[in-house]
Design a protein around this ligand. Sequence first.
Ligand code: MG
Length: 246
Amino acid sequence: MDQGSAHDHSRRDIADRTVVLEQQILAKNASLASRNRGWLEGRGVFAINLMSSPGAGKTTLLERTIDELNDEIDVFVIEGDQETPLDAERIRASGRPVVQVNTGAGCHLDATMINDAVHRLDPTRGSLLVIENVGNLVCPALFDLGEARRVVLTSVTEGADKPLKYPHMFRGADLVLVNKIDLLPYVDFDLDRFGAMLRELNPRVPVRSVIATSGNGVQPWLEWVREQRPQLTVSGVSLDSMIAPF
Ligand code: MG
């Protein structure tokens, strides 16, 4: 065997071992994610995995969501970032319980981190749990956390070609939010082109425009949350309808 072929062989071995290791990591994650999902569903906690590029407006959307839903739904938050407690401090300032997870070199949250964070947070029955994932459109798409829905936030300052460049992220979305829509006149973002690319990957996904910095600009997103959130029932009667309005 010549040296070149031995080199090719060892590269192939490393590649094969890498694939097996990735499969094992994803399988372990999937199993823990389904336990998380069972625990959350058992408590009637509606969990959303919120994903986007850095700077798309996830934390701002969350602050606005908490303001708007405050009298209606208990909101709990898990904040994922590589470093700093900055986003958790913003959520805490809005008055809601939050756990910050710092992933260090890691580029995504995983089901183990969520299992730990959820038990520290202890979300109440019927609450909304929003998991703000680490900001990027690549790794978070691969890791199920046990969420009920995946929401992908994009913003018009990022360019309309993102669904084509990051298909896994957009293919797995249950809702796509387009943020900073008030900046459309100032940026080169073709909404029709974005919509057409998205439909090719994920034909039925709903798309809502939002302006996270403005109260009125988040109503379409809040309507979707209200629609999607399962109604808690006791013997078929909605708990919401049993709560007297006084
Ligand atoms: Mg953030």
